[in-house]
Ligand binder design. Structure first.
Ligand code: AMP
Length: 428
């Protein structure tokens, strides 16, 4: 048996898992201010949900999906992203029936068969929001603001971040622009990489995303969609920018930002950071997808959202020197002098826990000295020492781990006294 985690995956050990929980907590608190509610969809879906929604010609669908046939002969795919599933679920459960608005957020693992590198995993974790049923540009500005504020609330300095913004047009103006870019690519095929040349027939706009320097140079001279938006899209885009201006959200217009999924219409955006991340510098992004629900056979329902990546956000936090708040594993350690007091140690630990104090005790019959070391390792500020002689007098000893001072407490009032001592400690 191969006892290592599969390539491109990693175990979330307690330090990282605590960071993930912190990211989720900050998200829950912030998203609640904007009225987003939690949703959990399955980790796998019928493959069509992704091929129809994300688009056959995208990298995700053509190369990166974990697709398999289940024992019932169905084609199943591990979700490569969250939006398709949330829109599928909203349609299935009529969350946006009769013009209702649904504001939802999710957090969990996603799966893409990519070449692993720093900040790029095959199983990675995302947090995202989706705002369904909202065509107005205020919704775009709100979603973008939530993403920006989220990174700010985590402690990433805004000077480390770059918010890129673009409009990809809609079914009125994008098809003509796609044709323009396809002809542009055919006209410059000799200077482009093979993949970009092929993109003329499959997904021409993706040529803007190619990392090859020669392709970048050619595409820098390509016609810009910004100049060819239809009137409705141009008006919508201008309003989104005006709302962001009013909030002082510092976006940079980038008309080559196309993002890799077919379902986007109009507004798209991405937050990038340089410090701590190599080429995988996008920590979050999203956009509007007004036609996605129709792709699934539902009524026309505008919507938009974002997704942000946990691993890359963590790298950005590390690079910015932001510490994830550490929760001590034990505030109090209840130590025993010898075996004769084990029952009392166990009972006192439980009384402390019942009173809301994180308390730990020794389960390995260690010496008193090792118990002190263990208390230190766990971050305990106080140790309650239970010994046979003190116990005979109805007392225990309270030791302050930073000052090493000790004092006697009556066993009867030990829980209240420990809580009081923790309160005093916290005030200095
Ligand atoms: P996307 O769904 O491709 O728009 O990605 C949204 C965010 O998810 C990105 O900005 C990244 O932070 C993160 N992300 C996407 N793909 C990966 C991956 N393979 N590994 C780690 N994070 C990823």
């Amino acid at each position: 048996m191969n006892a290592r985690a599969p390539k491109g995956t990693s175990d979330m050990l307690p330090d990282v898992a605590r960071a993930w929980e912190h990211l989720q907590r900050v998200a829950q608190e912030l998203f609640a201010l904007y009225g987003y509610e939690p949703v959990y969809t399955p980790l796998f879906e019928h493959t069509d949900v992704f091929t129809r929604g994300i688009g056959e010609a995208t990298d995700i669908v053509s190369k990166e999906m974990y697709t398999f046939e289940d024992k019932g002969g169905r084609s199943i795919t591990l979700r490569p992203e969250g939006t398709a599933s949330v829109v599928r679920a909203s349609l299935e459960h009529n969350l946006t029936a009769n013009g209702a608005q649904a504001k939802l957020y999710y957090a969990g693992p996603m799966f893409r068969y990519e070449r692993p590198q720093k900040g790029r995993m095959r199983q990675f974790w995302q947090i995202g929001i989706e705002c369904l049923g909202a065509p107005e540009p205020t919704a775009d500005a709100e979603v973008i603001t939530v993403l920006w504020r989220y990174f700010e609330s985590l402690g990433i300095p805004s000077t480390n971040m770059r918010l890129l913004l673009n409009s990809m047009g809609d079914e009125a103006c994008r098809p003509a622009y796609r044709d323009t870019i396809a002809s542009f690519i055919r006209g410059h095929a000799a200077d482009l990489c093979d993949e970009c040349s092929r993109r003329a027939d499959t997904n021409p706009l993706r040529a803007f995303d190619c990392k090859d320097p020669a392709c970048r140079e050619v595409m820098a001279g390509a016609p810009l969609l910004r100049d060819e938006l239809c009137e409705e899209c141009a008006t919508h885009y201008a309003a989104v920018k005006a709302h962001l201006d009013a909030l002082d959200i510092p976006y940079i217009e980038d008309s080559t930002l196309v993002r890799g999924l077919d379902y986007y219409t109009r507004t798209v955006f991405e937050v990038q950071v340089d410090a701590g991340l190599g080429s995988q510098n996008a920590i979050g992004g999203g956009g509007r997808y007004d036609r996605l629900m129709q792709e699934y056979g539902g009524p026309a329902t505008p919507g938009l959202g974002f997704a942000l990546g946990f691993e890359r956000t963590l790298l950005a936090l590390e690079a910015a020197g932001v510490q994830i708040p550490a929760v001590p594993r034990a505030e109090v350690f209840v130590a025993r002098v010898d075996d004769s007091v084990t029952a009392e140690v166990f009972a006192l630990s439980q009384r402390l826990r019942d009173a809301g104090v994180a308390a730990e005790l020794d389960h390995q019959a260690r010496s008193l000295k090792s118990q002190f070391k263990q208390a230190d390792r766990l971050g305990a500020r106080l140790v309650v020492i239970v010994g046979p002689e003190e116990l005979a007098a109805g007392e225990v000893t309270l030791r302050d781990m930073s000052t090493k001072e000790e004092k006697r407490l009556a066993l009867d009032s030990a829980t209240a006294d420990v809580i009081a001592a923790l309160g005093e400690e916290g005030t200095d």
